[in-house]
Design a binder for this molecule. Structure first.
Ligand SMILES: Cc1cc2nc3c(=O)[nH]c(=O)nc-3n(C[C@H](O)[C@H](O)[C@H](O)COP(=O)(O)OP(=O)(O)OC[C@H]3O[C@@H](n4cnc5c(N)ncnc54)[C@H](O)[C@@H]3O)c2cc1C
Length: 462
């Protein structure tokens, strides 16, 4: 009998584990190697004996992803409202901006005049043309600068695909959402709803890990990748090595570059960088702290950009009479902020929490910090031509890149799942010498995805 071909997957986030499941169903032998002690990557989630369930990353998934993962029956739709704080004022997003005539004028004028403006070349120009100066300067630019750590005129226009449109249809959509108490179809795709698995995102990983034949090695960091001509021939770990037929990397590109012997393979990607986040989780002796799921804080003097209260989306996520909030800080991986422990992070925002939510230290009975050093791919204008060319394929014929972290693409979980499927199909096609109609140069940000003359995409490519 012909021996099964082997695939080594680096990283056990949603991309790595979804690719593993698909490849096993296609008849490959698959082994997944994860550096950390737990699987899940950015979407790792936690539950504890006190009855709290909370996530490092995603606060929801799309119903279409739940279907693909076979977990629709344990998912329910969630309410999600978001608010923005600017100075002392609080606005419900997006209809609350009506309260401020300057924001209405900013958006209204931009809607009327954008047709006559020339195509912007960087994100700041795009924001001015698309949302007007007032809304851009007060909200969008400071928020994007917190996420990216870059001045907005140095950020690629490709980031615009994450931003919401200003159009009559979007305003109508927001009205319908309000009438439906926060639950509604996704604006970009009909029949797609925002849902959340009962018991948290760990249910996603339980489902993936139950794949028969799947072998996942945690605490296993690849130390060296050896190549011969145009192929990976061996991956070395601390106490073992493997010689797989194919390799999928979902780990940060700089980490891959560090361990590969043939540095030229990924050389052009070396200028790419990621933004780190630290998330402070606070368990609180109160029933409720926020009004909605998320509060956004664009102002640059505040070190954090978002506070979430999970229970407000699904009351089962915290025990009765108690709640949990998370405070997200974006920073560079080598900054002081990234090294702060929970107490230091809390002290940096104690006054703000008191002022906004009347929350004091005695209300908090436990705090914990989680760090992700590769949370957001930073889409810089300078490196636009490089990040747009990243595809599943590499210069090595049996090495592939996939997912958000691995392929440096600003994807949500469903986009990562799709990337995993495409990558698996590509390997299958190579193995069986079939032509395949997958866009190998698939980049969520490539200019052909844009639909109007300002770089505004028609749909978020998930
Ligand atoms: C704050 C935040 C909020 C988000 N909210 C949402 C949301 O509401 N909805 C949504 O759909 N998506 C959301 N996302 C996006 C979602 O979390 C990601 O798209 C998805 O989890 C990325 O999965 P991945 O497998 O591609 O990458 P990762 O999850 O980064 O997986 C890569 C894996 O590789 C491992 N690894 C790293 N280095 C090595 C190494 N050297 N060797 C071996 N393994 C290694 C990592 O530990 C990790 O497990 C959010 C992301 C963030 C950061």
């Amino acid at each position: 009998m012909k021996a099964k071909k082997t695939v080594a997957i680096l990283g056990a986030g949603i991309t790595g584990l979804s690719a593993a499941k698909k490849l096993i169903s296609m008849g490959f032998d698959v082994e997944v190697f994860e550096k950390e002690a737990i699987v899940g990557g950015l979407a790792r989630s936690f539950s504890d004996p006190d009855g709290f369930i909370y996530d490092n990353g995603p606060r929801f998934i799309f119903s279409t992803l739940a279907e693909k993962l076979g977990i629709s029956d344990i998912c329910s739709s969630v309410q999600y409202y978001e608010y923005l704080y600017i100075g002392e004022k609080k606005y419900q997003f997006p209809l609350g901006f009506i309260k401020n005539p300057l924001y209405c004028i900013s958006v209204g004028l931009s809607m009327l005049t954008r047709k006559f403006k020339s195509k912007p070349s960087h994100l700041q120009d795009f924001l001015y043309v698309y949302y007007g100066k007032k809304l851009s300067n007060d909200i969008l630019i400071p928020l994007i600068e917190k996420w990216s750590g870059q001045p907005c005129d140095k950020v690629s226009i490709d980031f615009a695909f994450r931003l919401l449109p200003t159009s009559i249809t979007y305003i109508l959509y927001s009205l319908v959402k309000k009438l439906r108490r926060g639950k509604t179809e996704d604006y970009y795709r009909k029949s797609r709803y925002i849902v959340y698995p009962e018991g948290g995102n760990r249910r996603i990983f339980e489902a993936l890990l139950s794949t028969p034949g799947l072998s996942v090695h945690v605490d296993q960091e690849p130390l060296q990748i050896t190549t011969d001509n145009d192929r990976v021939t061996q991956i070395q770990f601390k106490d073992s090595s493997i010689s797989p037929d194919y390799v999928i990397s979902t780990i940060p590109i700089p980490s891959l570059h560090q361990i590969i012997d043939k540095k030229s393979v990924l050389l052009e990607y070396q200028t790419l960088s990621y933004r780190a986040i630290s998330i402070l989780f606070l368990k609180i002796h109160k029933n409720k702290v926020l009004e909605g799921l998320w509060d956004w804080f664009p102002e640059s003097h505040l070190p954090f950009y978002r506070i979430s209260e999970y229970k407000n989306a699904d009351s089962r996520l915290a025990p009765k009479g108690k709640t949990l909030i998370s405070v997200e800080f974006a920073c560079s991986a080598d900054s002081e902020l990234a090294a702060f422990d929970a107490t230091q992070l809390y002290q940096s925002i104690e006054e703000e929490l008191k002022k906004r939510y009347q929350l004091s230290r005695s209300d908090i009975f436990e705090m914990k910090v989680e760090r992700s050093f590769h949370a957001y791919p930073v889409l810089k204008k300078d490196t636009e031509q490089i990040h747009r060319t990243i595809s599943h394929s590499t210069k090595l014929s049996n090495l592939f890149l996939a997912g958000r972290t691995g392929a440096f693409q600003y994807k949500m979980t469903e986009g990562c799942y799709q990337s995993a499927m495409d990558c698996a199909e590509l390997i299958y096609a190579m193995e069986h010498k079939k032509d395949l109609n997958i866009d190998q140069g698939e980049t969520a940000t490539s200019s052909q995805n844009f639909s109007d003359s300002f770089g505004r995409p028609n749909a978020i490519p998930e």
